[in-house]
Design a protein around this ligand. Structure first.
Ligand code: ZN
Length: 436
């Protein structure tokens, strides 16, 4: 079952501690508090609260009871998992947390990493996906039919269940289903008669899924759903893929959030915008929102999405300047204090800042269209500067002395490329400011 607990269930922690002591056959054959050993030959899990293995690395050691043939069966089952998702089973050396694998008359395992040594008991060495099922318990997964929502999909025939195995049919309310649909084909689902008294039916698929009755209990492969929850927990072997960006062309002066589309984006651990680490928000496995830095440099910008499996191929978006230029600043000018005014244009452009006063005749009408018609009766150059790599030019202005308080000034910039000077010049919006 494919629900993972990330926190230890209090009532079960004591049992987990006891399990760490289960290193000999005498203990193996004795039920501990809070758990029930199963009848021979059937796979099942003890309901301990466990955690995922860090970085998907599961150290394991073989007990002397494991023969070379058994070890081969175990290795084949481990390979089924490690060849599909980012899980590695490595021989135990000095790791604190590890799994001791031993031969037994039952399959049994705690759920997830317990801390310290924990024991995986295996009986069905020769049935690969029974061992895979047991390893899924080691990795932190419960039975599919123990999902909190299982009663919507199956009817559990409580009266037919061997009392010794009732715990394998209990609901796990804290389980995380990752929002995945109920999966009759999961390798973690019991078959229809599993755990039944004298082979009686224990699980019935409810309408409209009666056709799944025969699917339940398959032990021939990891289902699509199994692989998805394994991937969600431990990650893919392949890095994320980015196939699109919206928008793919962004203005440098006011960069919006960019939504990337692709695959495995929910495994993202880091996003690089050019070489800068930027914030991201996972929307789904196929969508990721990234927030580039304010005022990125104009030009191509490769975005790389990284996961534990490595970086994606770079997806290149374009950061553009703006034409016509955009002019921003405060609505007032003080004769004592400087205020920053900003012009957003294109990298390397020359900015010419012009000012017009409300009571002086125009001296050069028609050369630069300031857009104010008869209101604009004069103009004068205030400043000139060059836009930086982001297309930004900032100029600090203070009100002119000798101009009476309350007077109106209009400011506008014209922008040109000195290497390619063409008329008419690109002109910004007009800012009306008042002197005080
Ligand atoms: Zn099981």
């Amino acid at each position: 079952m494919r629900i993972l607990l990330s926190t230890c269930v209090l009532a079960l922690c004591a049992a987990a501690s006891a399990q760490r002591l289960a290193v000999d056959d005498a203990v193996l054959l004795r039920p501990y508090a809070g758990c029930v050993l199963m009848a021979g030959g059937s796979p099942h899990a003890r309901l301990f609260g466990g955690q995922a293995w860090q970085n998907g690395v599961v150290p394991y050691a073989l007990h002397a009871s494991v023969t070379p043939a058994m070890a081969q069966g175990l290795a084949a089952a481990m390979q089924e998992l490690s060849s599909r998702v980012r899980v590695q089973f490595v021989p135990h050396s000095t790791q604190t947390d590890y799994v001791l694998v031993r031969d037994a008359s039952i399959n049994s395992s705690p759920i997830g990493r317990q801390g310290g040594m924990q024991t995986l008991f295996v009986a069905n060495w020769g049935t690969r996906f029974e061992v895979v099922h047991a390893l899924m318990h080691v990795l932190g997964f419960w039975h599919e039919h123990q999902r909190p929502d299982r009663d919507t999909y199956v009817q559990v025939q409580q009266a037919n269940i061997d009392p010794a195995r009732a715990v394998e049919f209990s609901l796990v309310p804290l389980g995380n289903t990752y929002g995945q649909p109920y999966d009759f084909a999961s390798v973690m689902h019991f078959g229809a008669t599993e755990g039944g008294i004298n082979g009686a039916t224990t699980i019935v698929a409810l309408p409209p899924n009666q056709s799944q009755q025969a699917t339940m209990g398959q032990r021939t492969q990891l289902s699509v759903g199994d692989l998805e929850v394994l991937r969600r927990t431990y990650g893919s072997l392949q890095p994320p893929v980015v196939t699109g960006a919206a928008p793919s062309v962004v203005p440098s002066y006011q960069t919006p959030a960019i939504t990337l589309t692709g695959a495995r984006l929910d495994e993202t651990s880091r996003v690089l915008f050019r070489s800068t680490v930027v914030n991201f928000q996972v929307l789904s496995s196929t969508q990721l929102r990234v927030t580039p830095p304010i005022l990125p440099a104009i030009g191509p910008a490769p975005i790389t999405v990284e996961s534990g499996a490595g970086p994606s191929q770079a997806f290149v978006i374009q950061v553009n300047g703006i034409d016509p230029p955009r002019f921003e600043g405060p609505p007032v000018l003080n004769t004592q204090v400087q205020f920053p005014f900003r012009v957003y244009s294109d990298a390397g452009r020359y900015n010419l800042l012009l000012a017009a006063f409300d009571n002086v005749p125009s001296v050069a009408p028609g050369i630069v269209s300031l857009g104010l018609g008869n209101n604009f009766t004069s103009y004068g150059e205030v400043a000139i500067g060059i836009a930086d790599a982001s297309g930004l030019w900032t100029v600090n202005l203070q009100g002119p002395t000798g101009v009476g308080s309350g007077r109106q000034i209009w400011l506008q910039t014209v922008v040109f490329d000195p290497a390619n000077f063409t008329l008419p010049l690109s002109s910004s919006n007009v800012l009306a400011v008042r002197v005080f």
